[in-house]
Design a protein around this ligand. Structure first.
Ligand SMILES: [Fe+2]
Ligand SMILES: [Fe+2]
Length: 317
């Protein structure tokens, strides 16, 4: 069965033809459990240092970040507007003022020079490597999670839509191979694997399906991304049902955390995500900047049972 969804293209649904892989993974879990998570991760995105930055919002974000009890910070790309040295320097200073916890950063399409064509073709990530992070694909291993950051920018071929190459999926497999039981496997990439609910100016990353299928095999529980400048939560099962129908991956997008480039329902708005990992669930809170208080506050909260084989032993029988 085929269905045309918005302007994202033809999506194939094959529930009728594809046999499900039976599993006893799916068991109920307990929501609303202990308030102390195993792990708290701040996800910010699309900072866009340069003309679009809203400095008071950036200051408010820093203030809130220091009030939260964080174990890690994830930055899902587009730290700058035009990949200029001065913009990277300002982004670097901002990162250095965040809480001093382990950090994972991935580049976005705005972190490579769009108009400086020679530079984009020859050494697109030179300034990002020099001022933000020397590695483009990185792994952050924490006691309760393994987080893999993938460079989804494709400066020479797909500057806007991005790309994940097959070798990067092998890189994920290698990174996850010794993940402790119960630890959450998380993938971070700037470009999005599933469209936003409004489908506004939307085109998912090419070959997203291939990547999602591999992530399911690797028991990834959560994908974090940005690029669309609005926060939302998707699930891989909506677009890539596959055969492991009970193992959907939560896809959490952050809007732009500090710039005036918000889109859709987040036009002129700023958001970030707080992700809390519990033994049996993942709780995700969208924070929104409120002009009335000149600060960020929780705007919505979602909590998901954990169903991967690695976490199944943690669920009550
Ligand atoms: Fe962006
Ligand atoms: Fe982007």
């Amino acid at each position: 069965m085929h269905r045309l969804v918005g302007n994202v293209g033809l999506v194939t649904f094959n529930e009728q033809e594809t046999p499900l892989i039976e599993s006893d993974i799916l068991k109920p879990c307990v929501l609303q459990q202990a308030d102390v998570p195993l792990l708290s991760i701040l996800q910010i995105s699309d900072l866009h240092f340069g003309p679009p930055l809203v400095p008071p919002v950036a200051e408010a974000l820093l203030e809130t970040a220091h009030q939260l009890k964080l174990d890690a910070v994830v930055v899902s790309g587009d730290l700058t507007q035009r990949a200029k040295r001065s913009q990277f320097i300002d982004a670097r200073k901002f990162l250095d003022r965040l809480p001093n916890v382990p950090r994972l950063v991935v580049p976005g399409n705005h972190d490579v020079p769009l108009y400086r064509v020679r530079e984009r073709l020859l050494y697109p990530h030179r300034l990002y490597r020099e001022l933000i992070c020397d590695e483009l694909n990185t792994v952050l291993k924490l006691p309760s999670a393994v987080i893999v950051g993938l460079d989804s920018t494709a400066p020479r071929t797909a500057i806007t839509n991005g790309r994940i190459d097959s070798w990067q999926l092998d890189f994920c497999q290698q990174a996850f191979h010794d993940t402790p039981t119960g630890a959450t496997r998380i993938v971070v990439a700037h470009h999005h694997f599933a469209p936003a609910p409004d489908y506004l100016r939307d085109s998912t990353m090419p070959k997203s399906r291939r990547a999602i299928m591999r992530f399911i095999e690797l028991e990834v529980e959560l994908i974090l991304g940005g690029h669309l400048h609005r926060s939302y939560i998707g699930n891989s099962l909506d677009f890539y049902p596959g055969v492991h129908r009970e193992r959907g991956i939560i896809i959490a997008q952050s809007g732009t955390s500090t710039s005036r480039r918000g889109r859709g329902r987040e036009q002129e708005k700023n958001t970030f995500n707080l992700i809390e990992i519990f033994p049996q669930s993942i709780r995700l809170t969208h924070y929104l900047h409120f002009k009335a208080i000149n600060g960020f506050a929780p705007n919505s909260r979602h909590e998901f049972c954990r169903y991967t084989p690695a976490s199944a032993g943690l669920n009550p029988a």
